[in-house]
Design a protein around this ligand. Structure first.
Ligand SMILES: [Zn+2]
Length: 383
C-alpha cells in the first residue's frame, strides 16, 4: 500500500492523502490552504494522478478538507465521490466561498452523483476497502481506515476525542496512523480552555464578536455561551441541520442545543452590534458575514474573540497581530494526551501528523516516539 502526502504535511491547510493498493487509487480529502496563492492553494497532486483516481472521500466540509473538490474535477477527475449527507449539505456553500467560480459550476453538475454514506459504513471498492467512524469534530464528520486485507492505514482527518458535545468512535488498530496534529503538543485540557472562554465573555457584558466556522465550533460554543446570545441569521438553518444529525451527539446534548438555538437572537448587517455574544462565520474573516462584522467590530472597539486556527494573510491574523482581537483556543482537535491515547488504541503503529508545522510535530514527537516528524507534503510512504 502506497500513501501519498498531497497536502497538510508540515503545513496547515490543503489536507489531502492518496492511497494506492490492489490496483485502486483513492484520495482522502482535497482541501485548500487559506492564505496561500497560486498552485500552493490546492493539493499537490498532479493531473496524471488525478485522472487515475477511482474515488475521492471527503471527511467533512471544512475548507481545508473539501475546498479543492471542484478544482479536482476541473483537472480531469472522473471517479466516484463519497461523503456523508451532512457533509454534502454543506459542500456547495463551502465550495462557493473557497473555490473558483467556473470550477464550482462544474461541481454543481457532478455533485448529483455524490454517493452518500453513514458513519460506521465500510465502502468496498474491490481490492481496497474504506471503513469510517464518527470524528467528534463536526456532525457528520468521519475518519477513514483504508485496508487491502493485509495492511491498513488510518487517516483520522480532524477528530475530537474529548468533545463535550459530539461523539467520536474509537480508531481501529492499523499499520500506519495519520493523526490530526493541528495542536502539536498542546496539553491544555478542554475544561481549562472552556473555563477561560467563559471568563473572557463574562468580563464583556456589553457584547463581543465570536467568528467561527459554519460547522462544528458553533455547536461547541453554543453549549458554553451565556443564556442570551445572538447568531447571524443565515447560520440558523445550517446549525439546525447539524443539530438534527442522527447519532452524532453525546446523550441529550442535541436537545439542549436545539433549545439554545431556538432562544438565540438573530443578527444581520443592518443591526447594530448586540449587547451580548454574537457568532458569525467564518472563523478567519475571509468569507461570510464575518468579513463585515469583524470590520465593524474593529472600528467600534467591540471586543473580538478568536477561538480557532489563525492562518497568515487573513483578517483574523491582522486583528490578532494588532491586538484588536483576543485568542483563546476552543479545542476542536486533539490535545497532546488525546493523540497519544489514539496512537496507543491503534496499537502504537508508525505515525504521521497532518495540519501542523514541522516544529510543532517535533514537539509532539517527544510524547509520541513513533511519529515521523520529517514527513512533508510531496512525500510518500509504503507499508
Ligand atoms: Zn475541520
Amino acid at each position: 500500500m502506497r500513501i501519498d502526502l498531497y497536502g497538510g504535511f508540515g503545513e496547515k491547510g490543503r489536507t489531502s492523502v492518496g492511497i494506492a493498493s490492489g490496483g485502486k487509487n483513492i484520495l482522502l480529502d482535497v482541501g485548500i490552504k487559506v492564505g496561500a496563492t497560486g498552485r500552493e492553494y490546492y493539493s499537490a497532486i498532479d493531473d496524471a494522478a488525478i485522472q487515475k483516481l477511482d474515488a475521492v472521500f471527503i471527511s467533512h466540509a471544512h475548507e481545508d478538507h473539501i475546498g479543492g473538490l471542484a478544482w479536482l474535477q476541473s483537472r480531469g477527475f472522473h471517479g466516484r465521490i463519497f461523503m456523508t449527507a451532512e457533509t454534502f449539505a454543506e459542500a456547495a456553500a463551502m465550495l462557493n466561498q473557497y473555490g473558483e467560480q467556473d470550477h464550482v459550476q462544474a461541481f454543481a453538475v457532478a455533485a448529483r452523483k455524490a454517493e452518500l454514506f453513514t458513519s460506521g459504513d465500510t465502502i468496498d471498492l474491490g481490492g481496497l476497502s474504506v471503513s469510517t467512524g464518527r470524528s467528534g469534530h463536526v456532525a457528520g464528520g468521519v475518519w477513514f481506515a483504508a485496508s487491502n486485507g493485509q495492511k491498513s492505514a488510518v487517516y483520522t482527518a480532524d477528530v475530537v476525542p474529548d468533545s463535550a458535545v459530539l461523539a467520536m468512535d474509537p480508531i481501529p488498530r492499523c499499520d500506519l496512523l495519520v493523526l490530526d496534529a493541528s495542536y502539536g503538543d498542546d496539553a491544555v485540557s478542554s475544561e481549562e480552555r472552556i473555563a477561560a472562554i467563559r471568563h473572557w465573555i463574562a468580563e464583556r457584558p456589553d457584547g463581543c464578536l465570536l467568528p467561527v466556522p459554519l460547522s462544528g465550533k458553533p455547536l461547541e460554543l453554543m453549549a458554553i455561551l451565556p443564556e442570551r446570545f445572538a447568531i447571524h441569521g443565515s447560520m440558523r438553518e445550517p446549525v439546525a441541520a447539524q443539530i438534527a444529525a442522527k447519532g452524532a451527539f453525546r446523550t441529550g446534548v442535541d436537545a439542549l442545543l436545539a433549545e439554545r438555538l431556538a432562544n438565540a437572537l438573530d443578527w444581520s448587517e443592518f443591526d447594530s452590534l448586540p449587547d451580548c455574544p454574537l457568532m458569525t462565520f467564518d472563523g478567519m474573516g475571509s468569507a461570510g458575514p464575518s468579513v463585515e462584522a469583524i470590520g465593524r467590530a474593529a472600528d467600534q472597539q467591540y471586543p473580538i474573540l478568536l477561538t480557532g486556527h489563525i492562518p497568515p494573510n487573513t483578517p483574523a491574523a491582522e486583528l490578532f497581530e494588532t491586538q484588536c482581537a483576543a485568542w483563546i483556543r476552543l479545542p476542536t482537535h486533539p490535545t497532546r494526551q488525546g493523540n497519544v491515547a489514539i496512537w496507543e488504541g491503534a496499537g502504537r503503529p508508525a505515525t504521521l501528523g497532518h495540519s501542523c508545522s514541522l516544529a510543532s510535530l517535533a514537539a509532539l514527537k517527544q510524547y509520541l516516539p513513533a511519529l515521523d516528524d520529517t514527513a512533508r507534503t510531496g512525500g510518500h510512504i509504503d507499508i
